[in-house]
Design a protein around this ligand. Structure first.
Ligand code: ASP
Length: 411
């Protein structure tokens, strides 16, 4: 057995034992004041999980900056960067729009919200969503240090690409800087590997805490909605990506899934595309044969702007809330949902729970009550884990297609 597959097995073991232990603690009704819960699960184990997540996140800003600047500078000359950039963006938008369309169709067949009682004691207070002009303006950084300090990934991306392009145009000076960025890239990847070796423990801690506090209870109250989202996530993953991988990337999708699933386990346990990015990159480059210059451009971009799983949740949730409040959306309304959810996916940061916040934006656009979000909060933690796995699956699919089309895929 290779080191890598041994590690994957350990991560899976960590995931399942955490799931079991957490569910067990939840089912024997350990409440917050119980010492096992207070000092054990919500104390020590939670601390382990939080440290793991924080360390993964620590890598995100340096990794995105260094890898994108390297990627942009290596895609020498403006044309190939422009071409790859456009292909990547178009594919990301296309897969997200396909995901949400699938979600809307399935939700209209399953009707998850029909006969829902509106009684909900959870209150959701929506944040005022900023005007669209402001949203676009905020993509551009006025202060790159501030953008990095605040973890504003869209701004970090813009800055990194600009620096990368400037490096490629700066002759000898640029090539010296590129070499040192390459060195940094290696060092950061080494850090990723170091962190991966403790991942089984980190994943175990995360799963135990989540399931001890949440259990599976909420699923039964919202079973139709929950399984509707799960069904579309599975369909999109096993159908849309299957076809894209087969016909656009010329790959054997089953082999692709087999090689990629450890990344999905990470995404599932952390509920964060950004925190998973180091592993996504490593796997794309070392296992899937996507050449570094393409992987280091497409993956960080995808972790920030491409959220197919999130869009699926938002599509089903919109139909669910419309039905629960007996509001007709109509064809024009559905078009608006497709458009806004695709845009919202760009603005959804790759961290836990943000999809629910940007859902407010979609609901507002079609005139649905934002308070409806309170109806689905109960199962969102679990759905977040599942949809994040699909989010990273989408990033890898697009990265492979782009690499293939550029002759930079050595699977
Ligand atoms: N947790 C998701 C991600 O990181 C975003 C979301 O849907 O909330 O990809």
């Amino acid at each position: 057995m290779t080191d890598r597959s041994a590690l994957t097995k350990k991560i899976l073991l960590g995931m399942f034992s955490g799931l079991l232990l957490g569910s067990l603690a939840h089912s024997i009704a350990l409440d917050d004041s119980n010492p096992i819960m207070q000092f054990g699960i919500n104390g020590l184990i939670d601390l382990g999980g939080q440290i793991f997540i924080v360390t993964l996140k620590l890598l995100v800003v340096p990794l995105v900056f260094v890898s994108l600047a390297c990627g942009a500078s290596n895609l020498s000359g403006g044309t190939s960067l422009g071409r790859i950039g456009i292909k990547t963006l178009v594919l990301y938008l296309f897969t997200t729009a396909a995901a949400i369309s699938l979600a809307l169709i399935a939700a209209n067949i399953i009707n998850p919200g029909l006969g829902m009682s509106l009684a909900s004691d959870t209150v959701f207070v929506a944040k005022e969503s900023p005007p669209i002009k402001q949203v676009f303006l905020e993509i551009f950084p006025s202060n790159p240090v501030k953008a990095m300090a605040e973890g504003n990934m869209l701004q970090v991306i813009v800055f990194a690409i600009l620096v990368g392009v400037a490096i490629s145009k700066s002759g000898e000076h640029g090539s010296r800087l590129r070499d040192s960025l390459d060195d940094w890239n290696e060092v950061i990847m080494k850090l990723v590997l170091m962190l991966m070796s403790v991942a089984p423990i980190g994943v175990f801690c995360l799963m135990t805490t989540v399931f001890a506090n949440m259990g599976f209870g909420g699923i039964f109250d919202l079973a139709k909605y929950f399984f509707n989202v799960v069904l579309v996530l599975v369909l999109h993953f096993s159908l849309t990506y299957f076809l894209l991988l087969r016909f656009l990337a010329g790959l054997n999708p089953l082999r692709f899934y087999k090689d990629f699933y450890p990344v999905m386990v990470y995404a599932f346990s952390t509920s964060s595309s950004s925190a998973t990015l180091p592993i996504t990159l490593e796997t794309l480059e070392k296992k899937m044969g996507v050449r570094k210059e393409v992987a280091s451009f497409t993956a960080p971009l995808g972790a920030t702007i491409n959220m197919d799983g999130t869009a699926i949740m938002q599509g089903v949730a919109t139909v669910f809330i419309a039905q629960a409040y007996s509001v007709e959306i109509g064809l024009a309304g559905y078009m608006t949902v497709i458009l806004t959810a695709t845009m919202a996916s760009i603005g959804t940061a790759g961290v836990p729970g943000v999809g629910l916040i940007t859902l407010a934006l979609v609901l507002q656009q079609v005139g649905l009550p934002v308070e409806g979000i309170a109806l689905i909060i109960g199962v969102d933690r679990l759905l977040d884990m599942l949809r994040t796995s699909v989010n990273v699956g989408g990033d890898a699919t697009v990265a492979s297609i782009v690499a293939k089309s550029e002759g930079k895929l050595d699977y």
